[in-house]
Ligand binder design. Structure first.
Ligand SMILES: *Cc1c(COP(=O)(O)O)cnc(C)c1O
Length: 462
């Protein structure tokens, strides 16, 4: 293993670059106002370091770009599909592989079939689009996050785990017939990018078999999860990432994946399924909504980029760099006692906005306040994961907040260098020092689902 020194070296050289446009604080104040204080509505050009998401923002390798040229654009039976299918089958062991244009298209297809009124989708934590698709089908999504996962300050190895006994009581209480599926999100994105242990996967799988409930994995960050298992779980130290991933999938009946995450692709996704009948139903919907079986809403060149990216993401020099560079930010925050979810996860740092902005009440969205402050001070764009994203309204119109108010700073794969990250840490520290100067917000416009994407805000002045 190369990493014996303290300095993190990016395991790549840069072949193509793209400019960053700088703005002044005054310009950013104006831009923020124009964007109705919602970073989703800011133009990318006006952002200095964009940590909104790690989704579709990866830098592709020279091999992937070569694959793009090689892409076979045949409507049916393209070579690129078979190369894609081979890799996905090798990793997941699923006999039926269905390409989609991104993760949520997989969700839409799957939950149109297995969801519906009176059904439940049970999870460690459903991702926001997953939950939206579950609920749109009429089904209910229920999260059973392990207790360690609820405490942002607690340092534990597998805070992404599902609470098995809570799941079991729920299944027994509700009667098994209604529980349509268990979906394990690895790593647990909304829960802090925290990994799920192999032991937890195995135990959830045993429980699902006992009650005959299918178990699926939302595998968007399967390689980061496998790497954490290798680092932290006894018995996996000498296994390859591929072997660990194969074992993770071996305990399940299917998977969905957004290839915009751990496949280094800018677009793409898939569904992997063991059961032939379910696969047939998905394929019928695929043809209606996405495209033919061998491209599913993607160009041949995209399938090629995904096939190559899936192999690259399992390289350990990459994963070592990836996980260490996220921890690097956490270590810098520790020096100032800045609150974030510990330990740092796979793809992002999650600032604990409730404690960071402890002068702003939850009903004035401390996460929104923090993400706007980071933009204003340093042109950094993160995303609120708290009451704006997951808040609900009680009958009297008051806010029902989720358990945590977070700001996620997701790190795009292979995009920023250590000096960019040093800058990010510096801005966070600066905002922390003058945090009491920042105000909360109220929502003045929102859409009925996934409101965080388009909501508009007004500052609540002191
Ligand atoms: C991104 C993501 C999705 C949705 O995928 P898209 O490609 O953005 O549609 C689903 N689940 C998880 C865990 C994700 O991170």
């Amino acid at each position: 293993m190369f990493f014996r020194m303290n300095t993190i070296i990016e395991p790549f050289k840069i072949k193509t670059v793209e400019p960053i446009y700088f703005t002044t604080r005054d310009e950013r104040a104006h831009i923020l106002r124009q964007a109705h204080y919602n970073p989703f509505l800011i133009k990318a050009r006006d952002v200095i370091i964009d940590l909104l998401t790690d989704s579709g923002t990866s830098a592709m390798s020279s091999e992937q770009w070569a694959g793009v040229m090689r892409g076979d654009e045949s409507y049916a039976g393209s070579d690129s599909f078979f190369r894609f299918e081979e890799v996905v089958k090798q990793i997941t062991g699923m006999p039926f592989i269905i390409p989609t244009h991104q993760g949520r298209a997989s969700e839409k297809i799957l939950f149109t079939i297995v969801g519906g009124i009176g059904k439940y989708v049970l999870s460690n934590t459903l991702f926001d689009t997953t939950r939206a698709n579950v609920e749109f089908s009429g089904a209910e999504g229920v999260d059973f996050r392990c207790t360690e996962g609820m405490d942002p300050a607690l340092d534990a190895p597998f805070k992404g785990n599902l609470d098995i006994s809570a799941l079991q009581s729920f299944i027994v209480d509700k009667g098994i017939a209604d529980s349509s599926m268990v979906m394990l999100t690895v790593t647990n994105n909304s829960g802090g990018g925290q990994p799920v242990s192999m032991r937890n996967i195995r135990e959830v799988s045993a429980l699902c078999k006992q009650y005959q409930i299918p178990l699926f994995i939302d595998a968007s960050r399967f390689a980061e999860n496998a790497y954490f298992i290798k680092l932290r779980e006894a018995g996996y130290e000498t296994k390859s990432i591929l072997e660990i991933a194969q074992e993770m999938f071996s305990h399940t009946d299917g998977c969905i994946m957004s290839a915009k995450k751990d496949a280094f692709a800018n677009i793409g996704g898939f569904i992997g399924i063991r059961d032939e009948q379910l696969a047939e139903k998905c394929k019928n919907l695929l043809i209606m909504t996405e495209g033919f079986l061998t491209y599913g809403g993607l160009a041949g060149r995209d399938l090629e980029a995904i096939a190559i990216g899936l192999r690259e993401v399992m390289e350990e020099d990459y994963l070592t760099y990836r996980i260490r560079s996220i921890k690097y930010i956490g270590d810098k925050l520790d020096v100032f006692g800045i609150p974030y979810i510990k330990p740092t996860g796979g793809h992002a740092v999650y600032l604990d906005a409730k404690r960071f902005m402890d002068h702003i009440p939850v009903c004035q969205y401390p996460g929104q306040a923090l993400s706007n402050a980071l933009y204003l001070e340093g042109g950094i764009r993160g995303v609120e994961i708290g009451s704006v994203m997951f808040g609900k309204y009680a009958i009297d119109g008051s806010l029902i907040p989720p358990s945590m108010e977070l700001v996620r700073l997701a790190i795009p794969r292979r995009v920023y260098t250590q000096s960019h990250i040093d800058y990010v840490a510096e801005v966070i520290v600066e905002v922390y020092k003058k945090r009491r100067e920042f105000n909360g917000y109220q929502i003045i416009f929102e859409s009925p689902s996934l409101r965080h994407f388009t909501a508009r805000f007004d500052p609540v002045l002191f």
